[in-house]
Design a protein around this ligand. Sequence first.
Ligand code: XIL
Length: 672
Amino acid sequence: MNPLKRLGRRRASVLALLAVAGLVTPAAATAAPDTVRASTLGAQAAQSGRYFGTAVAAGRLGDGTYTGILDREFNSVTPENEMKWDTIERSRGSFNFGPGDQIANRAAARGQRLRGHTLVWHQQLPSWVSSIRDANTLRGVMNNHITQVMNHYKGKVYAWDVVNEAFADGGSGQTRSSVFRDVLGTGFIEEAFRSARSADPSAKLCYNDYNIENWSDAKTQGVYRMVRDFKARGVPIDCVGLQSHFGAGGPPAGFQTTLSNFAALGVDVQITELDIAQAPTAAYANTVRACMNVARCTGITVWGIRDSDSWRSGENPLLFDRNGNKKPAYQSTLTALGGSAATRRTGAPSPRSAAALPSSFRWSSSGALIAPKPDATHNIAGIKDPSVVYYNGKYHVFASTASSAGYNLVYLSFSDWSQAGSATHHYLDRTPIGAGYRAAPQVFYNTQQRLWYLVYQTGNASYSTNPDISNPSGWSAPRNFYSSMPDIIRQNIGNGYWVDMWVICDSANCYLFSSDDNGHLYRSQTTVGQFPNGFTNTVIAAQDSKYALFEASNVYKVQGSNQYLLLVEAIGSDGRRYFRSWTASSLAGSWSPLAASESNPFAKSSNVTFPAGTWTRDISHGEMIRAGYDQTLTIPACKLQYLYQGKDPNAGGDYNSLPWRLGLLTQTNSTC
Ligand code: XIL
């Protein structure tokens, strides 16, 4: 039979699911390929859903060694001084955002997160503020400062240090004397957090302090009591920053206990200003390990790049020496983050070029790892179109279930690929997502809205949201991105189908891609602030003949580079599915071929080996294993992995009844 007669048919089905006992035997899971190990701090932290950041000084951004390390190693930045009161509002009501903007815009352009530091602090505070004696005046000044600054950086700052260093050292466990405490009382902290929440409801709000790392210290206990009280009374607070300016001994013995005790109050914890006198390898490793061991420890920031950049430069407390070379503590930090301890050799490719993708690919495939699990009410022939994120120590996989009766969605999670075959399948037709035609899911976390999004096709482009990815019943009922099919699609779709909706955002805009099984890739856009509403300006982003640009497009940001990667599924001259690839320097840009032909494909049976046995000749609809899980869809540049659908090469018949299974490709020609 001509395989082209068996093309995708993903129409809404009016048939109810048939209650037929399952006859499909799950394929045996094979040994899982190694998990990705990254070679930079940020990429490695991202493997566990964390960030690794640094303090940045605007005045050093002209130094190429500095920015080279900054962009290679770090995926979060904190302005070291540029967002402090004495820079931003040196005189009353006159705001100077220039230096802060320089850092913020630079970070946004590179997909790095931004921590805002800091709104209310007794230091680096202009004397016009510290000399105020009238409570109403000071309250107005404080709230205005918070509101103006947070408004200016709305949507750009991931977390704000709303109040910094409000507690006293020593044994009191009380707040310290400052103009804020002395004029407004200790309630100034609560007032600052409430103003901050109303100024930018989507930024995380942190309390930040030093000497709160040792659990038994009175200061730690004082801050803990405050956070517990805030949570109990509903005062908005999302995180506690532990500065972690350590002596040569490193963190106190109970550091991890402190992190987990704060986290247990229902806040994230972050290490916000790490530096350690003389940078002993073990001290750095112990600090990082404590964070890695606490699920809600979401990231680590070191307070500067090279020793010469440090506010404690006499103590050489950082990860890079004065010449920008990695110090031994760099390796122990990377290893503690779970990364490879291998040092880059001199003369090896520079990190910048190493971050770029190669122009041809080779892969090794697992066997079929995930097969459908039909039950009494779900008669399923194939599991298809996977979307996957690694979050909180688990892979979370969403996929289509297919049968002659139509399509719906399924969710499963597991900690390791060797467990994938035994994971429970949660059918999403019994959730608010509902029954009926739902297919080809894509999952990501929207950091601004703090919500998971599941994007899928229903005949329109639809989505559901969920605050908790691990709760299948938490998804909202489907809503549509468009009121109806955009005109340009209607005009070009011919006899095709509107399928495979895909959302990706940069720092300014979100883009919605889709395919038509007729040679067109479409793209609409909206702003990050308006998302999920306002998708407009639908254009043809790429076109080719029907089978050369068929469906299942994926678009990703390549970590550590300014490259975006586009993959589109094609049908080869042998009738088998394969992927072509292109790159672009912006999401709205034009796509240049990377490995885009049948003879040099991105992934096809011809460039994949099957050590566990050739169970498929199709490399069909799938998704890359990402470096993170947010709306930027960032993938590592090295040792790519791709979760895809394949099937028994001898299977035929109705497309919807084909026995699709999921397998994992691991890149074997990575040069970095
Ligand atoms: C430091 C900066 O690193 C210096 O450049 C500046 O002169 C003083 O402030 N706790 C904090 C940081 O919250 O803002 C401080 O940063 C270090 C201590």
